[in-house]
Design a protein around this ligand. Sequence first.
Ligand SMILES: *Cc1c(COP(=O)(O)O)cnc(C)c1O
Length: 371
Amino acid sequence: MSAPRIEVRLDRLDYNARTLVDRLASRGVAVTGIVKATLGTPEVARVMQRAGVAAIGDSRIENIERLRAAGVTGPMTLIRSPMPSQANRVVASADLSLNTEVEVLDRLSQAAVEQGRPHGVVLMVELGDLREGILPSDLPTVARHALGLPGIVLRGIGTNLACQSGVAPDDRNMTELSDLVESLQSSLGITIDLVSGGNSANLAWLLGGGEVGRVNDLRLGESILLGREPLDRTVIEGLRTDVFTIVAEVIESKDKPTLPWGDVHQGAFGAVAGMADRGVRARVIVALGRQDVDPEGLTPPAGMAIIGSSSDHLLLDPGTAHLSTGDEVAFQLDYSALLRAMTSPFVDQVMLDPVGAGVGPTQAGTGSNRT
Ligand SMILES: *Cc1c(COP(=O)(O)O)cnc(C)c1O
């Protein structure tokens, strides 16, 4: 098999998705499965759909188009505010989009009428994280505007926290969202059926017994894909953290001094910190670099350490392992590394372990297997 490659264990993905769908269902909340970190990979979307997510979401219309082209049916949500220039494509491929701007709603309406295809919208409300969102005081005006637009169906409201400023979802901001639903319903005489409370950062609040109020949907990416919540990156109880591994090949393995010699300046990516003289040690290069992955987000097998990285090289201290050229080393990835690897043209994607093999929670030590 070629390297570098990212291996996706579909049965573990299924396990995570099912577990979260079930846990949220017990609180009356549905899941929109977010596939943006996988570049809208159809196999990933299909596993999530079979696991019971209510819809698939992605931040890029290109990914949603890719899913449609691969024959993935079912509801799809564009979770980034549409670019006005892409309104036609958004209406053609997505059923729903998250919105904050009247001008964009107007463009979507025009496209929906032209295509004879109604488009659902969720209005995103700013509740303090200061990324996308309509200020709560402006929400009634924008909602009224949306209701008057032909081809547009106002499906609900939502919010997104913890992405720009790290504001955690809690009873206070979630109750504010529910209160906004109630006041919109009574002032406009409408029923709001979708209340999209946030992303994986909402899980601690929700599963910790938070006031669910009117929230009935969460948009979950990282928690399904990596088994972690994004506020502190702690493992969500029982979930698998080893759905994805990236495998790279050794291209040099030698014993070398630990200190460089010569007139030392910056490396290709800035000053090199923390070099200590530890004598002559094994030093391994794997063919993996910043064009493939975010090296800061990699976890090497137990006993090995990452010494450094540049565009195309990752330097490893192999510890007590003996690595030869041609050997493969498998790494765990964090969200940033996953995103970069899935969007790199140099990294192959391999789907393994079809659903149904019977997966349990993460076992100790699974993060450190060398293949
Ligand atoms: C990326 C994103 C999500 C998913 O976030 P995770 O932390 O991966 O669950 C949800 N909503 C919006 C608007 C996003 O941009």
